[in-house]
Ligand binder design. Structure first.
Ligand code: ARG
Length: 271
């Protein structure tokens, strides 16, 4: 059993004030199924309080009416060494989220703040893992965006291909646990990507179908505590056996939009 030192992190969140499922841009979204917004707000507060209780600093971006997915701040940008690559969304329904993020980062003193030329959905598809960035393509973020991220953020980027539409963002299929360790659901990736992941991370924790299907991989790790959906029980056991402390939270209302704890949490990495 190993023991990890948790580090104090800084996260950007957005309250689900205008959260709803008005359109369907992933297989989890059904606009005919009602959303309980007060329940979503309570679940979101629980997530924010959980991150704060673990010692992390949480900051909030003002929600915008008409942008029901803005609660998923992980998609708004990727932040490395204080450098910000703002997202450029695949779907027009979310395009309006880039502007508020760009302005928030500029006002918060981040420099430089880059507007993206290629389609990238922030930490939804670009996950910082130690010195490298694990990047996915297939559904949202383009291959060209991987090259752009490498150039602007100054880190080597490893390209991975997602193949199952349920796992349309990398953070629904893979979580970075610390600089050297990850957990993931192999069938969400193409065979060459699975081989690559196995080569890079031979000791990774592998999630099974049941854990992946409840968004167990949509987790936020500080190197020791891993905040993940409460329904991912066997994954929590595996994390515990590997020396991590699973911290379950239930966010079922947000899952109706295809999001979990990680989707609601954007890490602000300073220099
Ligand atoms: N409804 C949103 C979309 O489909 C959910 C985004 C979830 N975010 C994430 N980081 N996986 O774009």
């Amino acid at each position: 059993m190993t023991s990890q030192n948790p580090s104090r992190r800084r996260y950007l969140l957005c309250p689900p004030t205008y959260f709803s499922v008005d359109y369907a841009i992933n297989p989890w979204m059904d606009p005919d199924r009602p959303v309980d917004r007060p329940a979503a707000q309570a679940q979101w507060r629980l997530l924010r309080d959980t991150l704060a209780r673990l010692g992390h600093r949480t900051e909030v971006i003002e929600p915008v009416p008409g942008l029901p997915d803005m609660v998923f701040t992980a998609n708004g940008a990727t932040v490395v060494d204080g450098r910000v690559l703002v997202a450029r969304f695949r779907h027009p329904e979310r395009a309006g989220e880039s502007g508020p993020h760009r302005r928030w980062f500029a006002a918060a003193g981040f420099r430089p703040v880059f507007a993206a030329g290629a389609v990238n959905e922030g930490e939804g598809d670009l996950l910082v893992a130690g010195r490298r960035i694990l990047a996915a393509t297939g559904f949202r973020t383009s291959r060209a965006a991987h090259r752009e991220a490498a150039r602007l953020l100054g880190r080597p980027v490893i390209t991975l291909h997602l193949v199952d539409p349920r796992f349309y963002h990398l953070d629904t299929a893979l979580a970075v646990l610390d600089d050297d360790r990850i957990m993931y659901y192999p069938p969400a990736f193409s065979l060459p990507s699975r081989r690559l992941l196995h080569t890079l991370y031979p000791d990774a924790i592998l999630a099974d179908e049941a854990d992946a299907a409840v968004f167990g991989l949509n987790a936020v790790s500080d190197g020791r505590h891993v905040v993940l959906p409460a329904a991912a029980r066997s994954l929590a056991h595996r994390l515990h056996a590997a020396g991590f402390t699973p911290v379950p939270v239930a966010v079922p209302e947000l899952m109706k939009a295809g999001g979990g704890p990680k989707c609601c949490t954007l890490e602000l990495r300073s220099r």
